[in-house]
Design a binder for this molecule. Structure first.
Ligand code: TXA
Ligand code: MG
Length: 350
């Protein structure tokens, strides 16, 4: 398949590309596009054949439902009811990185929801994405624009790397400024449950409903059958080619332990990558060190997390040793992605 790649640098001057991409959506094609979380791979959510193309292009398991992206809060056509809590959250956080799970109407095809009775919906906080949805006149189903299993793309180059020749159109824009996928909150149950942590934190959500909790199976390795409420969370994910290990503990001890492990690996002839932070990067004596960002501003870390995992693969490292973060605020989303990338291979130093 021939893929058109067009990058929007100036929304007015380059508006033609949004129109072109919207035509592709209307005709049942697939388009990669920027959002504030990660790049998405979209198709008309109500067109079964179009949605099937997304699964094919990504190599995505059929039992993993998609999130529908909308450009307005009028979602009555898609969902059975909009509870009061949802209205309050939409007012506060839409557009933004919060996906809400609703009971769906039958107009939403089973392929989009992977045969569930529920559907995830969000309104992205990205002008190109919002215009694309408006111009196409369709709700757009979109998973992250990576080949299944790889870290999600946060810029157009990574979309091209994964999807060139597999989709009709790749619409580029700026880098995703959040860098991890949206928080998913299931409001069809009581108390509401976070199925995937993201840019809207547990603490932020709890001011709307104090009993909101995080699905316990997503932060820890579960022995036996692993059954998270978001089907997608059970798959190996965010995984670079190199094996990832996380070292957890107080910062000074963590750095010492990582340095020790790195020396051992290098002595054994391996090329080692270290995921460090601005505060610690100079403390390592060997290895390929990349800082994720500052511990004082975790948004810098979410922004660069997936890109850093991918860039270690470009550098051909055999193993990656990562620092860890406290599991609060954005640290929860960071640790969730890191643990999955590491297949829960964690060394504790305390
Ligand atoms: O930030 C995002 O949400 C990005 C951008 C492109 O908007 N999209 C994204 O989609 O991350 P995807 O397909 O990579 O992740 C969707 C996740 C999966 O884990 C899936 O299982 C879960 O959402 N999900 C979708 N619908 C669901 C439902 N009805 N019930 C439970 N989980 C659902
Ligand atoms: Mg994904």
């Amino acid at each position: 398949m021939e893929t058109k790649v067009a990058v929007i640098r100036d929304l007015q001057k380059d508006y033609l590309y949004i129109k072109e991409a919207a035509e592709v959506i209307k005709e049942g094609g697939v388009v990669a596009f920027p959002t504030e979380t990660v790049y998405g791979l979209g198709a008309d959510a109500l067109n079964e054949e179009a949605v099937k193309k997304i699964f094919k292009a990504k190599g995505r398991p059929q039992d993993n439902p998609l999130i529908i992206h909308v450009s307005s809060k009028n979602i009555e056509d898609l969902v059975e009811e909009i509870p009061k809590l949802a209205k309050d959250l939409m007012t506060e956080f839409w557009p933004g990185p919060l996906t809400l799970i609703f009971n769906k109407k039958s107009i939403v095809p089973d392929v989009t929801s992977a045969n569930l009775n529920t559907i995830g919906i969000r309104m992205p906080d990205n002008e190109i994405a919002l215009r694309l949805i408006k111009e196409s006149g369709k709700p757009i189903a979109a998973p992250s624009a990576n080949i299944s299993g790889k870290p999600s793309p946060t810029d157009v180059e990574r979309c091209v790397e994964d999807l060139n020749g597999r989709v009709n159109y790749i619409l580029g824009g700026e880098k995703s400024n959040i860098g991890v996928e949206s928080t998913i909150l299931d409001i069809t149950c009581e108390p509401p449950c976070i199925l995937r942590p993201g840019g809207i934190t547990l603490e932020m959500l709890r001011s709307f409903h104090k009993d909101i909790y995080i699905d316990p199976v997503i932060m820890n390795k579960v022995e036996g059958e692993f059954k998270p409420k978001a089907p997608g969370m059970k798959y190996r994910h965010y995984a670079p080619k190199a094996k990832v290990t996380i070292v957890q503990g107080e910062v000074k001890k963590m750095v010492e332990k990582i340095d020790e492990i790195v020396h051992n690996y290098i002595d054994a002839g391996l090329k080692v990558g270290i995921m460090a932070t601005d505060e610690t990067r100079v403390l390592y004596t060997k290895g390929v060190v990349i800082s994720l960002g500052s511990r004082e501003d975790l948004n810098t870390v979410t922004q660069s997390l997936f890109e850093t995992l991918r860039s270690f693969d470009d550098k051909g490292v055999d193993v990656i040793i990562s620092e860890s973060f406290k599991e609060k605020g954005l640290g929860i989303a960071i640790m969730n992605r890191l643990k999955k990338a590491a297949g829960y291979d964690i060394i504790n130093v305390e």
